[in-house]
Design a binder for this molecule. Structure first.
Ligand SMILES: Cc1ncc(COP(=O)(O)O)c(C=O)c1O
Length: 384
């Protein structure tokens, strides 16, 4: 098997800004200081210190008050994705609205719960709301309204786009019309590079049906397995009642709470500056190598670039050729809610070195040119 030297596949954080010494020092402190808590089960909400810091993170970003007792720590935000769906679903076959391209972990969880996914097309402003309104009207008329709407509103995975505030307000309106909860997954919200930041749905609407998910995986490290779910009562109790895991890892939470005792801002600012350089390198590489053939997103945050491929590229051959030369990425098919073999690929750049990016993009371009079945000019201008 070929060694993968250029892994544009996995959406990991940046190892270069992982604070080894600071976390080591924090661990030494908290193991002694919090020995009593470590000798106990954490229960439903989890480590109070980290909950307070995360509530503060949300309050500051959104300019609203977030109660730490409305926030439950989870085993990564992936556990929160599953817990929210299990709570809102009554039976296999229930419907859920998703973006046509979405996070494969969520799609896998929904498939395994046998939720019936209804995909809504995306554009540069996220979920297309005319299409959503039309689809819900149709489902309502057929008495088949879904149980909830799942959306990644900010730095969407895989496209990187942000839903503007006006669209968020309209989404809230549409959801209210059909009394639907919105599950907002904001796990990239603080991986911000430039431009305005849009408010979260929970900050725009205090409807107690809505559920908000966030994570520490993207600002610190996925191996910590720390995420959280934010919901108002009684939805919070419904979520906690579904939980049978005795709570999330106290040691990880205590270490991270000590590390972030003055808030997340300084480490996040430093981390995002390093990530922005990598994003720019990918964009520059694509511009130099593939401007005649492909179209791609220019995200103002998050860890991914979504690339549209010409139809005349053999997508299976492209992936095999890249892997045989030591490069990988995630093909569009894994992001499609019905696994359609769409002509896209996603490039993740957070964990690669600058050198890997600078060498990897020309290699990808070379493979792509070798997998074309014609010399036709590109037949599209836009990403969608
Ligand atoms: C949109 C989205 N939600 C949730 C997750 C899960 O992240 P974690 O469980 O590490 O917090 C990811 C990871 O890539 C993601 O992209």
């Amino acid at each position: 098997m070929t060694d993968i030297r250029y892994d544009f596949g996995s959406g990991r954080s940046n190892p270069e800004t992982f604070p080894v010494a600071e976390l080591q020092a924090a661990a030494v402190k908290v193991i002694e200081r919090e020995a009593d808590a470590l000798n106990n089960y954490p229960g439903g909400l989890g480590h109070a210190g980290l909950r307070k810091i995360m509530a503060d993170r949300e309050s500051r970003r959104e300019g609203v008050t977030v109660d730490p007792d409305h926030l439950a720590l989870t085993n990564g935000s992936m556990q929160a994705v599953t817990l929210a769906a299990e709570t809102l679903q009554d039976a296999p076959g229930d419907g859920v609205i998703v973006e046509e391209f979405s996070y494969p972990g969520t799609l896998a969880a929904y498939r395994s719960l046998k939720l019936d996914m209804v995909g809504i097309p995306l554009d540069e402003e996220g979920m297309q709301l005319d299409a959503l309104a039309e689809k819900l009207e149709e489902l309502n008329a057929a008495n088949r309204l879904p149980k909830f709407i799942y959306t990644i509103t900010t730095y969407q995975n895989p496209t990187g786009f942000v839903m503007p505030k006006a669209n968020r307000l309209r989404l809230i309106d549409i959801a209210r019309r059909y009394e639907l909860p919105i599950v907002e997954d904001n796990c990239y919200g603080d991986v911000h590079y430039e431009g305005p930041e849009e408010p979260a749905i929970y900050a725009l609407d205090d409807d107690p049906r809505h559920i908000y998910l966030c994570s520490l995986s993207k600002i610190l490290a996925p191996g910590l397995r720390l995420g959280y779910i934010l919901a108002r009562p009684p939805m919070l109790e419904r979520l906690l009642n579904r939980r049978n895991d005795a709570g999330s890892n106290t040691l990880a939470a205590a270490i991270v709470a000590e590390f972030y005792k003055d808030g997340i801002a300084s480490h996040t600012k430093f981390g995002n500056a390093a990530l922005k350089i990598k994003r720019d390198l990918v964009l520059e590489g694509l511009e130099n190598e593939l401007a005649d053939l492909c179209v791609w997103s220019r995200p103002v945050g998050g860890l991914f670039i979504w690339v549209r491929l010409p139809e005349d590229v053999d997508r299976k051959q492209l992936h095999e050729l890249c892997v045989s030369r030591g490069l990988t990425y995630l093909p569009g098919v894994v992001f499609h809610y019905q696994n359609a073999n769409v002509p896209y690929l996603r490039l993740a750049f957070g964990h690669l070195t600058q050198e890997q990016i600078s060498n990897g993009i020309p290699l990808l371009a070379q493979c792509l040119r070798e997998c074309r079945t014609s010399n036709e000019a590109r037949s599209f201008e836009g990403l969608f």
